[in-house]
Structures are given as structure tokens and as C-alpha cells.
Design a protein around this ligand. Structure first.
Ligand code: ATP
Ligand code: F6P
Ligand code: MG
Length: 489
């Protein structure tokens, strides 16, 4: 076994190409911390469970498809309760914050962190930080107890409120230090996890016994490494209602066209899964797959054909799709939100107008177009049953990890197992739909839409007897795992 460690990376290597991308631990920078028996050992619910505690050497492989002689590859630390903990129950002073956009299940994660701390670990000092990162230094806190959070999982939104922008690392860590907080639970998307990494670095620089734990929230599914984030299933399910309405409207008119815009700023996972789930969609447009309107192989030609064949059609478009086309025809606003995310122009309105203009030309068809924008409806709802269970496991894993002294981690599902992932792995890139992946091919074959690839855009296939599979490190291989996580092949 080898160990390479610095404040950013902690790599443990083993035989046959085994690599553990480990998460930091409080003892990395505060040696000789005392340990205590895990209170779960005397918890009647768990004491009867054999092998309840995770073995210290348990790790989860990032890739589960392997070849006989291939390297064992990257692993992450398995999440779950440890025999020993690094906090006494009455010593813990935890806080929870939610940042970024809303996502179904946020309240469930808040509730379950509070309840896990109280009921599993006997912790009764938990604070809610209101209104995102800026709440650390500009707002009062709310004491959280199981009673206060009892039924919040039945409501959409976040009980603690959220915001964009306002991340001031020094002020936040000052506030953590001043309040005597020693476990910080940060729920949010890619931007939030970057902020969490900055907080962890500053906490470590100051040598504080403070755990920083991230719980990934992304309705867009744009966080890499993890199979999926909570709320995604709920959002895809809710999107069905909009697509069904678009289909009913389209079917009930001559040459009816339904256009549905779904969330997905930089990636089209919601649009792709909603389309695959629904089967009434004729064309799905996502940011990762550039498309064009006019001419041979373009969207408008396809629409003419589909309307002639079927008399109606439904288009699903992710909000980040076709932004290059919009900025060609509309003046680019180049506005950013408080977190620095580009503010997108409404592609749904734009495409609807372009379609209407096209078919209004003489000799074209009379189309009846209905545009449905359920953007905030798919995220402002409570988590569904499966997301609620998922949120519970994520919250419990975060609490187990924090009590065990791990820090600087995001927890998440990797190949169906709860793991602790170092922040840098989550923050190094964004997850995207890979259009050379089988999931996108499944979508194309279900809608029979054009691929919009020109003759020169084709994907080069090397003349090899055995094409390479997704065993090597790289974008495709990771995306294969993620985008197919619901449908292992
Ligand atoms: N690079 C960064 N460093 C430190 N903090 C950041 C960084 N990027 C974003 N943040 C902070 O994280 C918080 C949330 O960021 P953002 O609004 O981008 O949402 P997000 O977490 O990415 O979630 P969503 O998926 O809804 O976009 C904001 O308070 C923002 O200031
Ligand atoms: O209007 P808001 O709150 O900035 O959120 C919109 C953005 O949030 C996201 O849902 C990500 O959380 C994006 O898909 C979308 O662009
Ligand atoms: Mg984001």
C-alpha cells in the first residue's frame, strides 16, 4: 500500500492498480484526537444488526465493468457508521445550510440530518443557517429539533431558505468559529460544493476541529462521479405531466405542436429521461447536442415530415439547448446571476416563434402550437417516495461520516453504494450527457429524431477489430456509469 497525501488529495494505492481517492480526516491535521465508542453500539434498533458497522477498509469501485487483466482502478471510501467516533454526543454543535436553486427533497435531507444526529448519536445542538451562505454572517440561526422539522419533508422548497451568491469564506469560517460549530452540513449544487471546499480549506488552515460535509443537490444532474442526485427522479416524474398536457393539446388539433421547456442549464439529463420515460415525444433537444433549424436534416424539415405522417408532434427542449442559435438571432444579454451563472434566454419562447414563423409562410401548414413551461413546477414540489428514501440515506451517510471524523467530503451514490468523495473530484468538471453514449442512442431510436450531425460531424470510429469499451478513465466512461445508472446494462 502507498499513500500520497496533501490538503487536496489523499491517494492510497494497492495491488493490481487499486487506487483509493480518500477523503480527509480530522486526524490528518489534528493528531492524537480521542475516540469514543459509536453510540449506535447500544442503540436497540442497530445493536442486533450483524455487520452494521462499515469496515475501515471498505471501498467502492468507480467502475464496475472490468476486464480480467485490467487494473482495479479508482475507489471511494464506503459511507456508513464506524465503530469509533471522534465526537462525544454533547460536544457536537452542528449546523445545516442550503444553497443554490430548489430541488425536491431538500427538506427531507434537512429533516433526516437533524433526526440522525438526535436519535442515532444523541446530539441535541443543531442550528439551521437561513438563506444560504450569506446567512452565516447576516442572519440569525434557527435551532433545529426533530419536533421543529417533523413534517417538513412533505413540503417542497427549503425550510431554511436558500440564495445564490454571498459566499465569503472568511466571514463564514469566522461565524462557524464564533458560534462554536464543529459539524457543518452543506446542501447544494456544484457551486455550493466549491464553496464547501473553500470553507474546508480555511477550517483546516486554522486547525479547527470542524467537519465540513457536503450533500450534493442538483436537479440538473450536473455533478460528476455520483450516479444521480436526489430530486432528479421527482423532477422527471413531474415533467411527465407537462409532456402529457403538451401531447393532449397537440393531438387534439390539426397539425398540433406541443413544446415543453425543461430545466437543464448546461446538461440535458432531465429532458433526456423525461423523453425516454414518456414515449410521446417526437424530438428532444439538449445543450450537449447542437441542432439547427433550416435546411436538409434540420428541425423544421423533420417537423414537416412528422406532421405529415402523424398530424401532431411534441418537442421537449432543455433550457440550455440552442443558446448559440439564440445569441445569433437575439441580442446576447450576457447577464449573470449572483453566483456568476450565465442567465439564459428563453429558448422555449424563441423556438416556438421560429416554428410559427416557418409554418406561417405561404404553402406551408397551418400549425397550432402550444408552449408549456413547467420550469419551477418540477422543482418546487416535495420529493417522491424513492427520492425521500434516497435523501434519508444521504443524510444518514453524511452524519455517520462527520461523526467518524471524516471531513472535506461530499457523499453520494457510486454504482448504487453510498460513498464519501473528496471535494476536488466533484468540483473538477460538470456532468453532461455524452451523446456518443448508449443512452442518447436509445433516445434517438425511441424518438426517431435527426441526430443533427452534419456529414463532417460524425464520430470517428477507429478501424480496430475490437472497439474499446468504457474501461479507461475519461469522460465517456464516467458518463456511461452515470447516465445509465438507472438502467445498468
Ligand atoms: N467557485 C465558488 N467558490 C465559492 N463559492 C461558490 C463558488 N461558486 C458558487 N459559490 C457559492 O455557492 C452558492 C450556490 O452556488 P450556485 O448559485 O451556483 O448554485 P449551485 O450550488 O450550483 O446549485 P444549482 O444547481 O441550483 O445551480 C452561492 O452562494 C455561491 O456564492
Ligand atoms: O431561477 P433560478 O433560481 O436561478 O434557478 C434556475 C436554475 O436552477 C437550475 O434548476 C439549477 O438548480 C437550473 O436548471 C436553472 O437554470
Ligand atoms: Mg450550479
Amino acid at each position: 500500500m502507498g499513500l500520497v497525501s496533501n490538503s487536496q488529495m489523499k491517494l492510497v494505492t494497492g495491488d493490481a492498480g487499486y487506487v483509493l481517492e480518500d477523503v480527509p480526516h480530522l486526524t490528518d491535521y489534528i493528531p492524537d484526537l480521542p475516540t469514543y465508542p459509536n453510540p449506535l453500539r447500544s442503540n436497540p434498533a442497530y445493536s442486533v444488526v450483524k455487520q452494521y458497522f462499515v469496515h475501515v477498509d471498505d471501498t467502492v469501485p468507480q467502475k464496475v465493468v472490468v476486464h480480467k487483466n485490467g487494473p482495479r482502478g479508482t475507489h471511494f471510501r464506503r459511507a456508513g457508521p464506524r465503530q469509533k467516533v471522534y465526537f462525544e454526543s454533547d460536544e457536537v454543535h452542528a449546523c445545516i445550510v442550503t444553497c443554490g436553486g430548489l430541488c425536491p427533497g431538500l427538506n427531507t435531507v434537512i429533516r433526516e440530518i437533524v433526526c440522525s444526529l438526535y436519535y442515532m448519536y444523541g446530539v441535541n445542538k443543531v442550528l439551521g443557517i437561513e438563506g444560504g451562505y450569506r446567512g452565516f454572517y447576516s442572519k440569525n440561526t434557527i435551532p433545529l429539533t426533530p419536533k421543529v422539522v417533523n413534517d417538513i419533508h412533505k413540503r417542497g422548497g427549503t425550510f431554511l431558505q436558500t440564495s445564490r451568491g454571498g459566499h465569503d469564506t472568511l466571514k463564514i469560517v469566522d461565524s462557524i468559529q464564533d458560534r462554536g460549530i464543529n459539524q457543518v452540513y452543506i446542501i447544494g449544487g456544484d457551486g455550493t460544493q466549491k464553496g464547501a471546499a473553500a470553507i474546508y480549506e480555511e477550517v483546516r488552515r486554522r486547525g479547527l476541529k470542524v467537519v465540513v460535509a457536503g450533500i450534493p443537490k442538483t436537479i440538473d444532474n450536473d455533478i460528476p462521479v455520483i450516479d444521480r442526485s436526489f430530486g432528479f427522479d421527482t423532477a422527471v416524474e413531474e415533467a411527465q405531466r407537462a409532456i402529457n398536457a403538451a401531447h393532449v393539446e397537440a393531438e387534439s388539433a390539426e397539425n398540433g405542436v406541443g413544446v415543453v421547456k425543461l430545466m437543464g442549464r448546461y446538461c440535458g439529463f432531465i429532458a433526456m429521461y423525461a423523453t425516454l420515460a414518456n414515449r410521446d415525444v417526437d424530438c428532444c433537444l439538449i445543450p450537449e447536442s447542437p441542432f439547427y433549424l433550416e435546411g436538409k436534416g434540420g428541425l423544421l424539415e423533420f417537423m414537416e415530415k412528422r406532421l405529415k405522417e402523424n398530424g401532431h408532434m411534441v418537442i421537449v427542449i432543455a433550457e440550455g439547448a440552442g443558446q448559440d442559435l439564440l445569441s445569433e438571432s437575439l441580442q446576447s444579454l450576457d447577464q449573470k446571476d449572483a453566483s456568476g451563472n450565465k442567465q439564459l434566454q428563453d429558448v422555449g419562447l424563441w423556438i416556438s416563434q421560429r416554428i410559427k414563423d416557418h409554418f406561417a409562410k405561404p404553402c406551408k401548414m397551418d400549425v397550432t402550437l402550444k408552449y408549456i413551461d413547467p420550469t419551477y413546477m418540477i422543482r418546487a414540489i416535495p420529493g417522491n417516495a424513492s427520492d425521500n428514501v434516497f435523501c434519508t440515506l444521504l443524510a444518514q451517510s453524511a452524519v455517520h461520516g462527520a461523526m467518524a471524523g471524516y471531513t472535506g467530503f461530499t457523499d453520494g451514490l457510486v454504482n448504487g453504494r453510498q460513498t464519501y468523495i473528496p471535494f476536488y473530484r466533484i468540483n473538477e468538471r460538470q456532468n453532461k450527457v455524452v451523446i456518443t453514449d448508449r443512452m442518447w442512442a436509445r433516445l434517438l431510436s425511441s424518438t426517431n429524431q435527426p441526430s443533427f450531425l452534419g456529414p463532417t460531424d460524425g464520430i470517428e470510429v477507429k478501424n480496430e477489430e475490437e472497439p474499446k469499451t468504457q474501461l479507461l478513465d475519461g469522460e465517456n466512461c464516467e458518463a456511461e456509469t452515470q447516465s445509465n445508472s438507472h438502467f445498468h446494462q
